[in-house]
Design a protein around this ligand. Sequence first.
Ligand SMILES: [Zn+2]
Length: 340
Amino acid sequence: MPRHALLRRPALTALAATATLTLAACGASDAGAGTTTSAADAESCPGEVLDVVASVSQWGSIVEQLGGDCTNVTTVLASSAVDPHDYEATAADIAAFTDAELVVLNGADYDHWAADAVATLDPAPAVVDAAEVVGIEGEEHAEEEGEHAEEEGEHAEEGHGHGGVNPHLWYSPEYVQTVAGAVTEQLSELSPDAADHFAEQAEAWEADLQPYLDELESLQSSAAGRSYAATESVFQYTAEAIGLTDATPEGYRDAASNETDPAPGDVAAFEAALTDGSVDVLVYNSQTEGSVPEQLRAAAETAGVPVVEVTESAPDGEPSFVSWQLDQLQQLSNALGGGQ
Ligand SMILES: [Zn+2]
């Protein structure tokens, strides 16, 4: 399940610190998921108020905005101290799904604990699975769907690989908008009298998103001909959207996405790339720490390669997808501007 647990430094509990790196965050559920709720304003809602549960805050914060006065939104995994890739749901997390009328999941095996919880519900709630909405499938789906199953299954056993699927869908401006559209559609279907309200909320959300889209567009010119390397894959969809070339050495990238430890040679190749000028910026996931990423960061700093910090989910206390993302993009803009 974890895509990059191997790179992680046990951070949360003394117990985890004694575990192997790959299992580092298994104790993380002790820290709690930081479940949050946002309540509807029933008096202002022109239709039926809906109970919505989002698996992770990356989608939960967007759903809150789209639902406006007409949704009670529970976000199960809302603490940035918890790694979603490694997360093991508690009984309370699973119970949070019980009365949901709509569940919003990331899918692509990112939050399979949530998909598993939803599968047990009777009656089944409506589900927006972001990966399904954008046409990306995780390994479990591939296995269920026959033809690919044997190949994928074998591959999966070796490295619990995700069939090459990058699950960080909220880092794609296109996917974010597509998924938001699907959420609005479901909300309107479930509470038709509130459809106008949901349409207004969607319009307001799109307006809020504009500065983020503008920043991406302006980054396209500064990213032209430039390259980045990344300690892991979280930023990949955004980098693709702005046309920044991925210069992460292949061996390292493959190891990170197959959840195997990068070989010393892969790490050395990465350090060499940082030193020889072939990388314009290092994208560093500060939410996924580990000795290898730290070593790479130090190498970048020594070589004068700017480091841009990104996070898997919005930092605690940052409820807005847009301001979270904008902050990162502005760091990137500065890094690219300063590196010329
Ligand atoms: Zn991740």
